[in-house]
Design a protein around this ligand. Structure first.
Ligand code: ATP
Ligand SMILES: Cc1cn([C@H]2C[C@H](O)[C@@H](COP(=O)(O)O)O2)c(=O)[nH]c1=O
Length: 205
């Protein structure tokens, strides 16, 4: 079963993932992330830091996704492992349309077409949602900021996420990221356990 965790910068994904490692340890999940699970992810981080042109950046994120699927996700799913990814394709569908606005006529359609035929659809996606000002307050002032970490960009990214969730309600679970950390983690761990139980009862398509 493939679970993905999505949300804007500062929504609490890393905090949540650290707690899920403890709460779900008995299920022996494989925790992974985008960008960064493969060496292609390092190129992506460099492209973000150097602010490469938006098409290069988008294609690097897609290349990282392809390598991630090939080397991490598909083998783990083949062994019937529970896989939990910190960011996945929906990050592309939420962030890159903002960066590609004015560069391409329909960025989301372009991005969806690039993923067609090889990307693997998650079984469940948890989307952490919170007011932009709270997310910005949570960003670490000591850390160098990626250019996405800006209120105006994050506002549009979150709007894109909410549209993705509204269009695919059977996959997305929208979670209030202002709830206590422990409440968020326990709720999501419970939902993952319930999903894992029901996926064991039905054969994989
Ligand atoms: N539910 C919560 N309530 C209050 N503070 C929280 C909550 N979840 C996370 N935080 C705090 O918010 C800050 C950012 O959290 P975290 O690093 O987990 O976010 P993130 O989504 O992984 O961010 P990024 O995508 O930028 O890495 C941290 O200081 C964390 O302790
Ligand atoms: C996968 C992916 C990520 N991004 C953005 C989102 C973040 O601002 C950075 C790095 O991610 P992290 O979780 O903060 O380490 O990259 C993106 O724009 N498009 C993507 O596909």
């Amino acid at each position: 079963m493939l679970i993905t965790i999505e949300g804007i910068d500062g929504s609490g994904k890393s905090t949540l993932l650290a707690r899920l490692r403890e709460l779900l340890a008995d299920l022996d999940p494989l925790f992974t992330r985008e960008p960064g699970a493969t060496w292609v992810g390092e190129s992506v981080r460099r492209a973000i830091a150097e602010r490469m042109d938006p098409i290069t950046e988008a294609l690097l994120f897609c290349a990282d996704h392809a390598a991630h699927i090939d080397t991490v996700i598909r083998p783990a799913l083949g062994e019937e492992r529970l896989v939990i990814s910190d960011r996945y394709a929906d990050s592309r569908f939420a962030y890159q349309p903002v960066v590609l606005d004015g560069v391409l006529p329909d960025p989301l359609q372009w991005l969806r077409r690039i993923h067609e035929g090889w990307s693997i659809r998650p079984d469940l996606t948890f989307l952490l949602v919170l007011p932009i000002e709270d997310a910005v307050k949570r960003l670490d002032p000591e850390k160098k900021r990626e250019y996405f970490e800006n209120a105006a960009i994050l506002e549009r990214v979150q709007e894109n996420y909410l549209n993705l969730a509204a269009a695919d309600p059977s996959r997305f679970v929208v979670v209030d990221a202002l709830l206590e950390k422990e409440e968020v983690a326990r709720f999501i761990a419970g939902e993952i356990r319930a999903g894992a139980r029901s996926s064991r009862r039905r054969p994989r398509a």
